[in-house]
Design a protein around this ligand. Sequence first.
Ligand SMILES: Nc1nc2ncc(COP(=O)(O)OP(=O)(O)O)nc2c(=O)[nH]1
Length: 278
Amino acid sequence: MKTLQCGRFALDLSRPLVMGILNVTPDSFSDGGRFNRVDDALARAESMLAEGADILDIGGESTRPGAPYVSPEEEMARVMPVLEKLRGIGAPLSLDTRRAEVMREAIQLGAVDLINDVSALEDEGALPLAAGSRAAVCLMHKQGNPDSMQDRPAYEDVVAEVGGYLQRRVRLCLDAGIERERLLVDPGFGFGKTLEHNLALLARLGEIEKIAGAPLLVGLSRKSMLGLITGEQLPAERLGASVAAALESARRGAAVVRVHDVKATRQALQLWQALAQS
Ligand SMILES: Nc1nc2ncc(COP(=O)(O)OP(=O)(O)O)nc2c(=O)[nH]1
């Protein structure tokens, strides 16, 4: 049985896991401002667990294209009170940050089971910090940074380049002493990719896993590529496409899908699993 060693938890990867997104920001692209008060964040966490979330992903900085700068102090002020309250909730907590100092504070709190880093531990000190913890790590690919990554994304072969980057990051983590059982990789949909790039990555998801050598986490929920395909301008109105994207990701081998709409995604995955087992 394939297992993800995830801090205080060992997660069974024999079925796709659902990571519920808890953005404690004022400006996340689809739900900014809804859960940035601690009580609202707690209520949201509880409802996502009740809906079947396997992991909660707490993030204090929007990394959507064009997102404004958030200071480390501000990011910490947003996430630490929520992590403190959720520490005893009995479910794996993922911290969505690209800053080593935020990781350090949260690890010291004993409230991080998974470090979800959109910059694949590139921040100074992040790699040894993760190596010294028991947290799982999600290494995500991005081309450029949120302020300009969507200006002119360009690749020779997006799958080979994204896979190759993730393979190099996995190698670095293994050399630093992070066991492979703690690693996830993520192609980073929408992080310096055109619609064509995103579709190629989704279509060829299995190749990414093979090249990188670690299970896949996929985040497509409500993203603008789904808006381009459906014509739906409002991210929160992209439920159908988001659920279909999660299902297609699972069919192509994703181990974890990162979503806003937990209940609908779980139901779709349960149908898919029932079929797979019939
Ligand atoms: N591993 C991973 N982490 C991510 N974190 C944030 C976002 C952006 O989505 P969201 O958090 O909903 O919006 P915002 O960044 O505006 O808070 N996408 C990913 C992703 O695709 N993969």
